[in-house]
Design a protein around this ligand. Sequence first.
Ligand code: KG4
Ligand code: ZN
Length: 334
Amino acid sequence: MRILGIETSCDETGIAIYDGENGLMGHQLFSQIDLHKQYGGVVPELASRDHVRRILPLIQSCLDEAGTKLIDLSGIAYTEGPGLMGALLVGTTVGRSLAYALSIPAVGVHHMEAHLLAPLMEDEVAEFPFLALLVSGGHTQLVKVMSMGEYELLGESVDDAAGEAFDKTAKMLGLPYPGGPAISELAEKGNSERFRFPRPMTDRAGLDFSFSGLKTFALNTFQKEVKNEQTKADIARAFVDAVIDTFLIKCRRAMEDTGLNQLVVAGGVSANKQLREGLHKLMDEYGGKVYFPRPAFCTDNGAMIAYCGYLRLVRGDTNSLDFQPKPRWSMLDL
Ligand code: KG4
Ligand code: ZN
């Protein structure tokens, strides 16, 4: 089975081809970061228009990269949600129409399930059941994964997602969009002793998160201090330390609650160096193992959609012609 995957949920046009026998045959990505940078965040209408411009040439270059043709495809997968409605409409319309024209099945993929399963494309993979920490721009969730499609939500953010908190705090410090990588890099130059930010919701039971207070804490600290590069780096450091420490505390708690010691981490924030180092140390302590996607597949990409779509199509899941993209969609409804 050879599947074309299409990702257009936000600000990346991602196209890939996954084959049941050959694995990943090609993947192409066009990031709109430069387009949105000047506005300090994603402008939905510009995102949709750019997906329209990029999608067909990108599909063609992905087919060329994979050395295959449209007629060799056995199915098409596209991100059905969650995401920006206009952006989702581009990928779902192109994908569903192409499948109709080729008379092959089409399947809509849940963007967060695709993130969650992305680490399974690597050589070393977790075995079911395992824990998953999903950390992207729109979601922060701790999930117990019994098998594909069988998910139990253990905890989630009650306000901002982790990536969102990274982006907003970075913006406040005058760093460019997307803030996650920028603030992490600046944090490397910061002194961890100067400021200490709270570890939100760790003093009470449960596995939920809250990150919006950290952004305010960073802002209040910044307003009180002399505004120079070192202060910014020290605030970045205090912020990153607080976020990572919070994740470590909750992951430890989730392992103790469930008795599971395999952890899969996915979504844009899983590219974070400090998070990776911290979780490796934690899992060593528990005799467990943590699995990440390769850096290119932490943030949005077409490969995870092609792979997840492949798994869904193998199970016989398909979209009829009258489906609707879902800007809001809980993974628990799968
Ligand atoms: O998964 P993703 O590409 O898109 C969504 O599905 O939301 O995640 C994007 C988020 C952004 O908020 C970005 O700032 C964050 O992931 N991010 C990072 C890093 N790389 C990307 N956050 C912290 N450290 C990073 N290295
Ligand atoms: Zn994503």
